[in-house]
Design a protein around this ligand. Structure first.
Ligand code: CUA
Length: 171
């Protein structure tokens, strides 16, 4: 059978496209720096967050030199703590989980954005810049109050952060 030269070219091009598609899907799943929700964090019992060290008291705490961890619980319909207060020019890792259904966690106007799945802990690390107040939004439909589900991330000065985390109202 004779195959026309153009036909051969098209055949080769379409096989190449198929290989590129498979390659890009594979890269998206296992490529460097590409992580699925909870890839690095063990599962958690969404019904028992009250007994969890990190999430029974959602909070921000210092974990290293200029490094902070923010433990955040999403629920119908809000985020705890709210506002989430972090110091400027620091590295903050958010650990976010849900006590009920799937939510989103997006720091508005930034690329800090993850899905929040009950039973899993989503982890994202960001570098904060100067003092600013950010909105926090849920971008997964989570029920009747989805559109009013919001929080705040307040990036404050180091002095203000330290003041909030010391003193009398700490108990
Ligand atoms: Cu939570 Cu939408």
């Amino acid at each position: 059978m004779h195959i026309h030269a153009y036909e051969k070219i098209w055949l080769a091009a379409s096989i190449l496209l198929i290989l590129l598609l498979i390659g890009s899907v594979t890269y998206g799943a296992v490529g460097p720096g590409v992580a699925m929700v909870s890839d690095s964090e063990p599962p958690i019992d969404a019904q028992a967050l009250d007994e969890d060290d990190r999430f029974s008291e959602p909070r921000v705490e210092q974990v290293g030199d200029n490094e902070y961890a923010a433990y955040v619980v999403a629920y119908q319909f809000g985020f705890e703590p709210s506002p989430i207060v972090v110091p400027e020019n620091s590295t903050v890792t958010f650990y976010v989980t849900s006590r009920d259904v799937i939510h989103g966690f997006e720091v508005a106007g930034t690329n800090a954005n993850t899905m929040v799945v009950p039973g899993e802990v989503s982890k994202i690390t960001v570098k904060t810049d100067d003092r600013q107040e950010y909105g926090l939004i849920c971008n997964e439909y989570c029920g009747a109050g989805h559109h009013v589900m919001e929080g705040k991330v307040n990036v404050v000065s180091q002095a203000e952060f330290d003041e909030r985390n010391s003193g009398g109202d700490d108990a």
